[in-house]
Design a protein around this ligand. Structure first.
Ligand code: EPU
Length: 340
């Protein structure tokens, strides 16, 4: 039996700490419970929201439907060779706890993704990434359950169609599947440490580390994140609120003439990536506070709820930021966070 709550507060289940309510709310602890739920009239008739850690959503109103929180747990070794280990991880596992488990066992590949909030199941949906690594690089496959009929399907890495903060689960198949587990391919030796993302190398040097290991890279990432990003248990936030911006080379050259200091990085398909945080900072938003919400003082890409903020206030701030970046740079920022 699945316990169902009515008119239930979601405040504890979204990292913005927004006090919106769900018409119906339940927690799924096993895959069998999901299959059971799929067969109910309630599931078939109500609007649905699948929730992992609630770290990438903004609730602007009460949710008029069924919120399903996924806490399905389990980590299983699928296969192992001298060089690699394949781990199947249930989607309700906490992402950072998985990273710590792998770091402790000296399994390499996800150490740069330390301290990212959220669950394992949410990781492939937006292809979480940080400090030069994206989770798609180490994903072997994703197991999912179709919500319309309970059919189970394994998506190969190619079928997941990973891109920058993108996957098939965020586009064509949005809200069509429940991700049940993710299989990761990690290294047991000859680790490919990725320390070229500027801040990691500098931080390792400050930590007096000359021979980095998986553990020290993870420690460095945690240190950088703790310095730059607010802790959602203290100040509500959902990490980067906007995606970084990709523009054409032509657009870039025109903008660069007017803004020679604009930071830029090469992106796929001859596009140029511009840090949206820089665009926002140039428009004067960094550290700004409007009533209960604002822009984080050490990372302009992060919007924050100082306590009693409402989802609409965050959305209104985001809308103002989009308008001013549009006016100054003719660039349209895209939210990274899912807005409901
Ligand atoms: N910058 C500014 N002002 C700021 C912050 C940054 O101008 O307030 C500029 C600087 O030029 C800096 C550049 O932006 O060199 C990049 O900044 P940072 O390394 O902090 O990363 P980001 O591009 O702003 C992305 C991810 C983060 C991830 C970091 C590190 C997105 C949307 N965000 O941010 O992911 O942690 O890189 O890899 O791609 C998240 O998705 O929630 C998240 C936090």
């Amino acid at each position: 039996m699945i316990a169902l709550k009515e008119n239930s507060s979601l405040k504890a289940f979204n990292t913005f700490g927004i006090d919106a309510k769900a018409k119906y709310f339940c927690t799924i602890e096993t895959e069998d419970q999901l299959h059971e739920l799929i067969n109910t009239d309630l599931f078939k008739n109500e609007k649905r929201l699948l929730l992992g850690g609630g770290s990438n959503i903004l609730l602007t109103k009460d949710f008029d439907g069924l919120v399903i929180r996924n806490t399905v747990k389990g980590i299983e070794k699928v296969s192992e060779s001298d060089e690699h280990i394949h781990l199947r991880v249930c989607s309700g596992e906490v992402w950072h706890a998985l990273v710590m488990h792998c770091v402790k066992n000296n399994w390499g590949g996800i150490e740069n993704l330390s301290l990212i909030p959220g669950t394992v199941g949410a990781a492939p949906i937006q292809n979480i990434g940080a400090y030069g690594v994206e989770v798609g690089e180490v994903i072997e496959n994703v197991n999912a359950i179709r919500l319309s009929d309970g059919m189970m399907k394994t998506f190969s890495k190619d079928e997941c169609r990973f891109g920058y903060r993108e996957s098939v689960f965020k586009s064509e198949l949005k809200e069509k599947f429940f991700i049940s587990s993710v299989t990761l391919r990690l290294t047991k030796k000859n680790h490919q440490l990725n320390i070229h993302y500027g801040a990691i190398n500098d931080t390792l040097m400050k930590m007096n580390i000359t021979q980095p290991t998986i553990q020290s890279v993870s420690d460095a990432v945690i240190k950088i994140r703790q310095e730059k990003l607010p802790d959602y248990t203290l100040v509500g936030n959902a990490g980067s609120f906007f995606k970084n911006t990709e523009i054409t080379a032509q657009q870039f050259h025109q903008l660069q003439m007017r803004h020679p200091a604009m930071p830029h990085y090469p992106a796929a398909n001859q596009q140029v990536k511009i840090p949206s945080a820089w665009l926002i900072e140039q428009c004067g938003w960094k550290g700004k506070k409007i009533n209960h919400v604002g822009v984080h003082a050490s990372q302009a890409l992060v919007l924050v709820n100082f306590g009693e903020g409402k989802g609409e206030e965050i959305l209104s701030l985001a809308t103002k930021i989009i308008a001013s970046v549009q006016e100054k740079f003719s660039i349209t920022l895209t939210p990274e966070v899912n807005i409901f």
